[in-house]
Design a protein around this ligand. Structure first.
Ligand code: TEU
Length: 563
């Protein structure tokens, strides 16, 4: 197969609620995005991925959709959307929508109808089940399975009218759609075609490896310290997942040019990824795997560990090798679900924030795959100083806190410590545009507090400063567009046992790139085998003074080229 365009593309993710508020209601909107398109285009990215902008009760900030074919009024109108799409296309970029079809909102007309009773024609569009045998419906423990939901509490919600339960892997306002029912699939494909006909350029598919469930719905293993079982094995990469995605390809993507499709797959292994992304199988272009963003946590997502660089390198090395011949990687540090990478794997102190943010960007962008930049990452935005549980807004953080403190008796301070490091709200604080009040995000009161560090960290300052993280990212993106070895080169990990240096080469034809990132606050010499050969090599990019003898300053990154 010819190399598709998205092999050399870079994607920028917008979380609309937190990007830019044009009308002063404290919430970002489409007009705000339109007003700031030049900031994104200035980075040189090829694609924008827009997190959900559809009508939604906003229980999970738009990942609970009540109408798939319109725009949330808080964000604007379909006319605004068309204007945005035109503005994106005029700047030579593409626009990819978020597709959230593992579940809908409980306020979607499909679910409203499904809920009217056992005889509803849409009853089978969702997962309705009776109480556990021999148990009184609605009593504790009578849920059809013992599964916990991702956001805390049971994954089943009881409906007293029909005396049955419906499944919700996420919040009770996000009932899971039943993909076993062909009418559900047809409705989804029809909606996708409607957006593509309108001119959008593809989809990022929310938890798309959850759509096929083990229909026998067995109990899960009890999580240590929890009262709920782990349903993951029965809803991740289920028996018909690949079949459904191939059908979607045939019904929606076949015969359309220049699209980008990326599946979010928290449960994917390298082996599964090969199936999802092998072009011959016609499923999706690439997936978001989670191994590297789970490198610093345990099986229990709320247990945190310090980063072990050797573990992180092992994960990336495995994915680079696994998809080298067939399939394709996506590359990301950040999105709206992850804490800020400079606070997590870098050093967000004033001394090293910018340098470590650039180092992390350099290491990620020089891998083989399609890099994703999440809004604010190009500024080196940091985690936020949450003082108490009242400062959080995310349903996941609040749900976890309630379950851990009230139901499981954990100490509120311990739970808060983990939330400060881990909460998704770290990624969702408003975009920092300038030094005006509320960082120029809104003239009103922001829905989530602006990070108080905006006088130092903001887009206006970054765009003006040629040494900023923003301009470093711009150079990384340009390098991908100009140097074929970045896109196509073979990947070889060096120094796999080093806990401070992340080093690798990329080779294509006669060109070899050497990339080294120092993940430590110490000065470290890279003891690579052919160090002498790199003595006279061209230094393409670094984030502080050029090193001598491959001796890297704290948090330094270097990219050398030899031809
Ligand atoms: O995320 C799925 C997912 O993997 C997360 O819920 C993850 O388990 C959690 O964030 C770990 O902290 C997608 C969306 O990206 C997320 O925003 C939604 O909340 C979720 O699906 C439900 O739609």
């Amino acid at each position: 197969m010819e190399n598709p365009w998205w092999h050399s593309a870079v994607v920028y993710q917008i979380y609309p609620r937190s990007f830019a508020d044009a009308d002063g209601d404290g919430m970002g909107d489409l007009r705000g995005i339109i007003d700031h398109l030049d900031h994104i285009a200035g980075l040189g990215v090829d694609v924008i991925w827009l997190s959900p902008v559809y009508p939604s009760p906003q229980d999970d900030n738009g990942y609970d959709i009540s109408n798939y074919q319109d725009i949330e009024p808080v964000f604007g109108t379909l006319a605004d959307f068309d204007e945005l799409l035109t503005g994106v296309h005029e700047r030579g970029m593409k626009l990819v929508m978020d597709l959230v079809v593992n579940h809908s909102s409980d306020e979607h007309p499909w679910f409203v109808e499904s809920r009217t009773g056992k005889d509803s024609p849409k009853r089978d569009w969702y997962w309705w089940r009776p109480a556990r045998e021999g148990m009184e419906p609605g009593t504790p423990g009578a849920e059809p399975t013992n599964w916990g939901s991702v956001f805390g509490g049971s994954a089943w919600e009881y409906d007293p009218v029909s005396q049955e339960y419906f499944l919700h892997i996420f919040s009770r306002k996000q009932p899971d759609l039943n993909w076993e029912n062909p009418a559900v699939r047809e409705a989804v494909y029809e909606m996708m075609n409607w957006w593509l006909d309108r001119g959008v350029d593809g989809f990022r598919m929310d938890v798309i490896d959850h759509i096929s469930k083990d229909v026998s719905l067995p109990d899960g293993v009890l999580r240590p310290g929890s009262i709920y079982g782990d349903g993951g094995p029965f809803w991740l990469n289920g028996p018909r997942n690949h079949e459904f995605l191939h059908e979607m390809y045939q019904r929606v993507f076949e015969g359309r040019d220049a699209l980008l499709t990326v599946g979010e797959t928290p449960g994917a292994t390298v082996e599964e990824a090969l199936l999802y992304t092998d072009p011959a199988r016609q499923e999706v272009n690439m997936i978001f795997q989670f191994d590297h963003v789970w490198a610093d946590r345990g099986a229990d997502p709320w247990l945190l560990y310090p980063l072990q660089l050797t573990k992180l390198k092992g994960i990336f090395g495995r994915w680079q090798a696994g998809l080298a011949e067939v399939g394709w990687n996506s590359l990301y540090w950040n999105n709206h679900d992850q804490p800020r990478v400079v606070s997590r794997f870098g050093d967000d102190s004033p001394e090293y924030r910018e340098r470590s943010a650039k180092m992390l960007g350099a290491v990620l962008h020089l891998h083989r795959g399609t890099p994703y930049v999440y809004q604010g990452e190009e500024l080196g935005m940091t985690n936020a100083p949450f003082a108490s549980i009242e400062d959080f807004r995310d349903i996941e953080a609040l749900g976890h806190y309630a379950q851990a403190v009230s139901q499981e008796g954990r100490s509120p301070e311990d739970v808060l410590t983990v939330l400060r490091a881990r909460s998704r709200d770290n990624a969702r604080t408003p975009m920092q545009w300038d030094t005006s009040p509320q960082a120029g995000f809104t003239t009103g009161t922001p829905w989530l507090a602006v990070n108080p560090n905006y006088p130092e960290i903001n887009a206006a300052a970054a765009v003006k400063d040629p040494d900023s993280v923003y301009h470093f990212y711009r150079k990384l993106i340009a390098l991908r567009h100009e140097e074929p070895a970045v896109v196509h080169g073979d990947f070889t990990m060096l120094l796999p046992h080093d806990e401070r240096l992340y080093a690798f080469t990329r080779s294509l034809g006669g060109t070899t790139l050497l990339v080294i990132g120092n993940f430590s606050g110490e000065t470290v010499r890279a003891e690579i085998d052919d160090a002498a050969a790199w003595a006279g090599a061209e230094l393409l990019l670094t984030n502080t003074a050029a090193p001598e003898d491959l001796t890297l300053a704290p948090w330094q990154a270097v990219i050398y080229r030899r031809v």
